[in-house]
Write a protein that binds this ligand. Structure first.
Ligand SMILES: C[S@@+](CC[C@H](N)C(=O)[O-])C[C@H]1O[C@@H](n2cnc3c(N)ncnc32)[C@H](O)[C@@H]1O
Length: 383
């Protein structure tokens, strides 16, 4: 079997590395996707363990389709009766790029018709419901006339770990928070602080990474509804995952925010995630002092420290402090060449300033907002 993992733009190399870490070498890495070969155990592992990916799909069919007849024939080659859970509503989505077939609605209609035809071939077969709760999601990707039929095994996107019951106005996707931490090369025993942590996504993801808690340990996946998949594959991966969790350690993970209500929410979320004892949350206004005392103290002790932050910025949150906060963080990276970590932002002055002091840049999207992740990797060795 072949699986196609979708990623946000800019995260392909991280997802590739994650796949390798859980023991599966990708056979292809392209724009926003990573491909893996494997069995149903692999499918369960990818869903449970990938921290930075969007969704895991099963490749059902692939071939060239320059017109709708080709597309229909390709759709007919799939054994839809085998794959579709009984009575589940069907949803077809599509993305086409540099191809002869350009109309996404027409692609979807064609593929839906082929599926419905296949499922109602015998007299007495009931017409499947289409477009209700999408428990059977098909994605048709067409790139340069090559069509790939994909079946969504994840269901809810993988950033929905299940722990974020409460969020503020502009929460960061959990997958993006994990990616920012990985890019900073954070050493788990070193201090990590997010001075504007909102609902706690960055500190919670950091604690889950440090304790090796699989992100999908407790959530539901679409492939649990597939009657041709033995539930044992997922149970085994979940049980093994529970055994791999490290006990709470002496981590120095800090989350601060000016808003007392959001800090309450962050604490609640960290409890749901099972990492409440690993994180110190505190109400704190960054404009109260020209630096972050915990980071300053770690730097003075000549220990490493990592600052990872998704600060407030204009398009999503209005605050007078935006400029001050960005200037303060830029100054900290400039004053402390061993400070690692990074900031996701679209504030051009900050991006230029931190680039001048040697921070790397990577284009990442926070929701639909194009940002830069300005970061410096920790040079320290070990965990
Ligand atoms: C973009 S949100 C962070 C969202 C967070 N990453 C999450 O996933 O929920 C920015 C946060 O900065 C906080 N903030 C704004 N001004 C601040 C200040 N002066 N000091 C500390 N935090 C501040 C806001 O309360 C908000 O929670």
């Amino acid at each position: 079997m072949e699986f196609l993992i979708t990623t946000a733009p800019g995260l392909e190399s991280l997802v590739k590395r994650e796949c390798e870490k859980i023991g599966h070498d990708p056979i292809e890495v392209t724009d926003r996707s990573v491909r893996i070969e494997g069995g149903l155990d692999t499918l369960a592992e990818l869903n449970v363990w990938l921290r930075c990916a969007n969704r895991v799909y099963l490749v059902l069919a692939e071939g060239f389709a320059t017109d709708f007849d080709d597309l229909f024939a390709l759709a007919e080659s799939v054994d839809w009766k085998k794959f579709r859970p009984k009575d589940s509503p069907i949803q077809v989505e599509s993305v086409t790029h540099k191809s002869s077939l350009t109309s996404e609605p027409a692609i979807q209609r064609t593929v839906k018709k082929a599926i419905v035809d296949a499922l109602t071939r015998k007299p007495g077969d009931l017409l499947p419901e289409v477009d209700e709760v999408p428990t059977f999601r098909i994605l048709v990707l067409i790139r340069e006339d090559k069509a790939t039929f994909l079946l969504d095994s994840s269901g809810d996107p993988l950033h929905k770990r299940g722990y974020r019951q409460e969020a503020g106005e502009a929460p960061l996707k959990e997958t993006l928070a994990a990616a920012m931490i990985y890019l900073s090369n954070w050493r788990y025993k070193e201090l990590l602080a997010d001075p504007a942590c909102g609902s706690g996504t960055i500190p919670i993801e950091a604690a889950m990474i440090a304790r090796n808690i699989a992100p999908g340990l407790r959530r539901h996946f679409a492939f649990e509804n597939w009657d041709w998949v033995d539930p044992k594959f997922l149970t085994d991966v979940r049980e093994a995952g529970k055994r791999k969790i490290f006990a709470p350690g002496n981590y120095q993970i800090h989350g601060y925010d000016i808003d007392a209500e959001i800090i309450e929410k962050a604490i609640y979320n960290s409890k749901v995630a099972g990492v409440a004892t690993d994180i110190a949350f505190e109400v704190r206004d960054m404009t109260d002092s020209p630096t972050i005392p915990a980071i300053e103290a770690a730097m003075n002790r000549k220990e490493g420290a990592t600052l990872v932050c998704n600060p407030p910025y204009g398009e999503r949150l209005e605050t007078e402090d935006i400029g001050f906060i960005h200037t303060m963080i830029a100054r900290m990276f400039s004053d402390h060449p061993t400070l690692s970590g990074g900031v996701i932002t679209n504030e051009s002055e900050f991006i230029q300033k931190t680039h001048r002091v040697g921070l790397e840049r990577r284009k990442l999207f926070n929701g639909s907002i194009e940002c830069q992740y300005c970061y410096r990797k920790s040079q320290r060795k070990g965990k």
